[in-house]
Design a protein around this ligand. Structure first.
Ligand code: TXA
Ligand code: MG
Length: 314
């Protein structure tokens, strides 16, 4: 467990058992580690991730709990329930892990191995299920090994997990919403709340054919400033989101330039993406102009998120 915590602190990717399924953990505050995590899962898509914490006071440092959220946390944590909550202003979870949303998904797992790792590590750990994208979630260390050996730094074998399906995800919005059915039965939650959980809208994105969750992905992060993609000629006064050191005409008249990765590294670009978009959005530019980004590796997910940011305001 100490080795796992050290590896996480060094930016490593560590698979570990939770009571639901094995998770693939990374330091939730380290965007470069999170970019590697998306890469390791293959066919990368920046689905927002669940931040795992060891106790309620750590959870309250990263998210705001209203009375309903507190009641759910006190009743079902530690355990297979994830709450989607508004981030606190000083939330340490990287924008890349929350896909730039203003909300963060959190849970306190019940598995003793997960709890020990979180306690020793001492910070939030993001962990999607430890499978390749499109595969089913792993319930043994051997499943993790067969999907991810060679792509990650460490697998902590804690035997077969107890629950075997992922956590139930509840969005603590005006009306509490069942974003994904899972380890805590809906009826138990509704009994505590004294009312029915509402359903997410029909157009919710699907998580690679796994149980639907990301109801709120309809509200993908989009800057207020217009976004223009695949730009090779800059108009005066535009803010430039650059990639690599390729030439671009009109750059002298740019209002601001931020480079996702001067050395053209897609993992570095992914780690910087949401933070840079947010910064450029505050500069009062007419447009955020984005240079072409290659479509390979993490580039596919970067381009997907950029397209969503662009249509958001068209
Ligand atoms: O049992 C589990 O929850 C396991 C173990 C490892 O903890 N983890 C897991 O993570 O299933 P993952 O990444 O496979 O699924 C997380 C789901 C995704 O469908 C994602 O869209 C949703 O949580 N999610 C995360 N943050 C969200 C947010 N801010 N708003 C809405 N949905 C969110
Ligand atoms: Mg999954």
């Amino acid at each position: 467990m100490a080795t796992a915590a050290r590896s996480l602190a060094a930016g490593g990717l560590v698979a570990f058992p939770t009571e639901t399924v094995y998770g693939l953990g990374a330091d939730a505050t380290n965007p470069a580690a999170i970019a590697r995590l998306y890469q390791a899962k293959g066919r990368p898509a920046f689905n927002p991730l669940i931040a795992h914490v060891g106790d309620l006071s750590s959870a309250r440092q990263i998210a705001r709990f209203d009375a309903t959220a507190l009641a759910l946390a006190e009743t079902f944590w530690p355990g297979p329930l994830t709450l989607v909550l508004p981030k606190t202003p000083d939330c340490a979870v990287a924008d890349l892990a929350t896909a730039g949303l203003d909300t963060v998904a959190i849970r306190i797992p019940a598995h003793p191995v997960a709890r020990d790792i979180l306690r020793i590590f001492g910070g939030p750990v993001v962990a999607p299920s430890a499978n390749l994208s499109g595969h089913v979630s792993p319930t043994t260390a051997a499943h993790v090994q067969s999907d991810l050996a060679g792509r990650i730094d460490l697998i902590v074998d804690g035997g077969a997990v107890a629950v075997g399906v992922e956590s139930t995800i509840v969005g603590c919005f005006e009306q509490p919403m069942l974003l994904r059915p899972g380890g805590v039965p809906r009826a138990d939650i509704e009994r505590l709340l004294g009312r029915a959980l509402v359903q997410p809208p029909e157009d919710a994105d699907s998580d690679n054919g796994q149980p639907l969750a990301p109801g709120m992905l309809a509200s993908h992060y989009a800057p207020r400033t217009r976004v223009r993609l695949n730009v090779i000629h800059l108009e005066p006064g535009e803010a430039l989101l650059a990639f690599g050191l390729g030439a671009i005409s009109g750059i002298d008249a740019a209002s601001t330039v931020m480079n996702l990765s001067e050395r053209g590294d897609l993992a570095e670009a992914a780690a910087n993406l949401f933070g840079y978009l947010r910064t450029l959005d505050t500069k009062g530019a007419r447009t955020i102009a984005v240079m072409p980004i290659p479509q390979d590796g993490l580039g596919e997910a970067i381009n997907d998120r950029l397209r969503r940011a662009a249509v958001g305001r068209e």
